[in-house]
Design a protein around this ligand. Structure first.
Ligand code: C5P
Length: 421
């Protein structure tokens, strides 16, 4: 994956005082694995959460913590360090650090380096949800955006302080992928191609307060979007309800029901060079959605719901006539046994070009987790080919899927000019 390498890129990683600082160790490791040179700068407060020694061991370089350090300055002065960086990444960034950056303060080494560096700057905020929602923080974020900082996240969910809401630092994989997309030159195979991805679960209302859904977190679909962006594609995500931030650069169309997803997919499929159906679409919906909340009754122990079938979105996409059908259609299959065998049947039945089949019975893989293992099966003129992808972070699997799908995509983007009907 030479085109996906960050080999030799010089990343200045700034760490401030948040509980998410422990995840900076993983960020450092991922950057090193991608071939980057990493130099870490920590604020005073950050050292209460993670030791410089840990980051020194992972980065292979001394960690800088102070502006007024004569020995460190004798090695590489702070202006030299600012010039050295191809990118500045701050993760986690506290509300306090953000406020100091907004005002152009240079009251410690990290803020001084940010002022002195012309390199692209990315920031992954992490704080309590009320602090994040506070108008002062929101004002500061808008100013940083205007100053050219690229914001990564934050995500929403459970917080270390016990609250739930926005302010969780994005996951290390997503942070590194955003940096990657910013630094890596787009590969020509995908430049300008339109990749349409369905992701997440759907929700099928039973009454005004209840719905049918499933455990899909959307992580795989969002990782596919990130991987396609890295490759220089234009990406549209048709997404069911998930607690994930939209990958920077992707267009996200939020849908709730299978019918909504179907409608958007049929509208966009004819404009796609690659269509990936990663959503866990509910196979059935209520025959009738009750207008008012369904009530418990005393005269019966049960409740019978009548369900009707939802459209099979991906099968309808592949059934489009030749002028409308995307050149490459990729489906997913979640199985608990005979993964390859069932996937082969689905590839044929749904007339897909490729299928990604995973075993969701394996602990720690698939639904909701960060890792996945899968079989990739695709058609060639001389028969189907399969390839096993061992357990790995979803973003890595996503890169393998997108790269394979792009190799199946025949038309160069300039000649693929079909319009939505
Ligand atoms: O039939 P099954 O649900 O196992 O097929 C999974 C594949 O089909 C996935 O690519 C999924 O996104 C797609 N699918 C769909 N519409 C449905 C059901 C599944 O697009 N109603």
């Amino acid at each position: 994956m030479a085109s996906l390498s960050l080999s030799g890129k010089r990343v200045l990683l700034g760490i401030s005082a948040g509980i998410a600082a422990y995840k900076s160790a993983l960020i450092t490791r991922l950057l090193k694995q991608a071939g980057c040179e990493v130099r870490v700068v920590m604020t005073d407060g950050a050292q209460a959460f993670i030791t410089p020694m840990t980051l020194q061991a992972l980065s292979g370089e001394p960690v800088r913590t102070s502006l007024l350090d004569a020995d460190a300055e004798a090695g590489m002065g702070h202006i030299e360090l600012a010039r050295w960086a191809d990118a500045v990444l701050i993760a986690p960034a506290t509300a306090d650090l953000i406020a100091r950056l907004v005002h152009g303060l240079a009251d410690d080494l990290l803020t001084t380096l940010c002022l002195a560096s012309d390199a692209p700057k990315l920031i992954a905020p992490a704080m309590n949800q009320a602090m994040w929602r506070n108008p002062a923080t929101q004002r500061n974020i808008a100013i940083l955006n205007g100053d050219g900082w690229q914001l990564i996240g934050p995500g929403a969910g459970d917080q270390a302080c016990g609250d739930t809401g926005p302010g969780r630092m994005s996951e290390p994989d997503d942070i590194v992928a955003a940096l990657f997309a910013r630094l890596a030159p787009p590969a020509s195979a995908a430049t300008g191609k339109h990749v349409v991805i369905t992701a997440g679960p759907t929700r099928e209302a039973l009454d005004p307060v209840r719905y049918l859904t499933n455990h899909s977190s959307g992580k795989m679909g969002y990782a596919l979007a990130t991987a396609a962006l890295e490759q220089g594609a234009r990406v549209t995500l048709i997404s069911g309800p998930v607690a994930l931030s939209t990958p920077v650069g992707a267009e996200r169309i939020a849908v709730e029901t299978a019918a909504d997803m179907h409608q958007k997919a049929m509208q966009l499929a004819p404009t796609a060079d690659v269509f990936i159906g990663c959503a866990a679409v509910s196979d059935y919906r209520a025959a009738e959605t009750a207008e008012h909340k369904l009530k418990k009754t005393d005269n019966s122990d049960g409740l019978t719901l009548t369900l009707i079938k939802n459209p099979d979105i991906i099968a309808e996409v592949t059934a489009l006539d030749a002028a409308q059908r995307p050149p490459v259609v990729v489906g997913f299959a979640a199985e608990t046994r005979d993964v390859r065998h069932y996937a082969e049947g689905k590839l044929k039945r749904k007339a897909l070009d490729m299928i990604v089949a995973n075993d969701v019975s394996a602990a720690g893989l698939g639904f909701g987790s960060d890792d996945n293992a899968a079989w990739l099966l695709w058609r060639t003129p001389s028969g189907n080919v399969s390839e096993h992808q061992s357990p790995q972070p979803k973003i890595q699997l996503a890169r393998a899927v997108v790269q394979r799908a792009l190799t199946l995509s025949p038309a160069p983007p300039s000649t693929h000019t079909r319009e939505t009907s």
